[in-house]
Write a protein that binds this ligand. Structure first.
Ligand code: TTP
Ligand code: MN
Ligand code: MN
Ligand code: MN
Length: 372
């Protein structure tokens, strides 16, 4: 096991963008525990320690084998005292008492339930909890709980949306959108991104980039796609975010999950007939013949396609570390729109993701190796 330690820890970078992390997580017992602690901290708005647990989980996900005892963690980056305490407890008892406590804590369980609704963040969940609400049924039947449009849709389609989307369902969604888009613009293209591009078998939504070679036409394209989906009667919900993109803007230092491209967050009605083989991920007693699916579409200008693809492929931890690496190791600023070289004071053009990795002096990491 002395040797195992050496194999595990040799050359493990502190940056997720210098690690290859597949979906084959050999340390799930530890990373699941860290992820519960992360969730708890996110509910209580403690960013600092939260990031430490996220980084620790991400390092463990990249390892080729399971940690056997605490000594195996020696020399691994991002595993500070708090993280090692958690590992130690799991080695000794098979579980972490703080995690066990949280899992049966009423507040934590309720916060988890409420934030699992599309459009509900920790603030709203907290408000509902303090009003004494404990179930979604109670939320829906309370006359004086104000719900915005997104939350109403989130609750209305909760059963469907909380059920995972299969790859076959994602592909069916892709065919519908591609067909719709090609009616409008035959030269437009569509790229699957997000978790499915990283090879996941299930997702909580489907993410697509729409792209047109005609510069400046992307926003109109997206609006027309939405119009046609509505006309087909399959648009159950649409939150359209218009472009606030400025091509001169330099990426900012702080990590921003949202970008400035025109985009929409949709709920679409997916007909069972359009899904190949597997059919719908519905309950057996569900005889509707359709389900609701969450779909995100983003339409960047053609010259920013590569940056958008890299940004939307994720994982979020991979993106965070790409930007941190760029800033701290290369003196560059990266986001979904651009890469800025602060030494040369220029924005670096990129046609492909490979171009961006090359600008950063990083080995190329395949999408399925970005599950950090
Ligand atoms: P998500 O769809 O939230 O996550 P995911 O596809 O990795 O996993 P899941 O199966 O749960 O859907 O986000 C996908 C990526 O898109 C993520 O890396 C963050 C990125 N993103 C942006 O970069 N800008 C945005 O404005 C939004 C909404 C997402
Ligand atoms: Mn997704
Ligand atoms: Mn999400
Ligand atoms: Mn998404």
């Amino acid at each position: 096991s002395q040797q195992l330690g050496t194999v595990l820890t040799s050359r493990v970078s502190q940056y997720a963008c210098q690690r290859r992390t597949t979906l084959d997580n050999r340390n799930k017992i530890f990373t699941d525990a860290f992820e519960v602690l992360v969730e708890h901290l996110e509910f209580s708005d403690s960013k600092g320690p939260c990031l430490a647990f996220k980084r620790a989980a991400s390092v463990l996900k990249s390892l080729p084998s399971t940690l056997r005892h605490l000594g195996d963690a020696d020399g691994l980056p991002c595993l500070g005292e708090h993280c090692r305490d958690v590992l130690e407890e799991i080695f000794e008892c098979g579980k972490c008492s703080r995690v066990e406590d949280l899992m049966c804590n009423e507040k934590f369980r309720t916060m988890k339930l409420f934030t699992s609704v599309f459009g509900v963040g920790p603030k709203t969940a907290e408000k509902w909890y303090h009003r004494g609400l404990r179930t979604l049924q109670e939320v829906v039947s309370q006359p004086n709980v104000h719900l915005n449009k997104m939350q109403r849709a989130g609750l209305l389609y909760y059963r469907d949306i909380s059920r995972g989307i299969s790859r076959a369902e994602a592909d069916a969604v892709g065919r519908i959108i591609a067909e719709t888009m090609h009616c409008i613009s035959p030269s437009a293209t569509m790229t699957l991104t997000g978790g499915f591009r990283r090879g996941k078998a299930f997702g909580h939504d489907v993410d697509y980039i729409l792209s047109t070679p005609e510069s400046g036409a992307e926003e109109a394209l997206l609006l027309r796609v939405i119009d046609r989906l509505r006309y087909q009667g399959i648009l159950l919900y649409c939150d359209y975010q218009e472009s606030t993109f400025d091509k001169e803007r330099i990426p900012c230092r702080r990590f921003e999950a949202m970008d400035h491209f025109p985009k929409c967050f949709l709920i679409l009605k997916l007909d069972a007939m359009t899904v190949e083989d597997g059919g719908l991920q519905n309950n057996p007693e569900d005889q509707r013949g359709w389900r609701a699916v969450r779909v995100d579409l983003v339409a960047p200008p053609a010259d920013r396609y590569a940056y958008t693809l890299l940004g939307w492929t994720g994982s979020t931890q991979f993106e965070r570390d790409l930007r941190r690496f760029a800033r701290l190791e290369r003196g560059m600023l990266l986001d979904n729109h651009a890469l800025y070289d602060r030494n040369k004071s220029i924005l670096l053009p990129a046609k492909t993701e490979e171009d961006i990795f090359a600008h950063l002096g990083l080995e190329y990491i395949e999408p399925w190796q970005r599950n950090a």
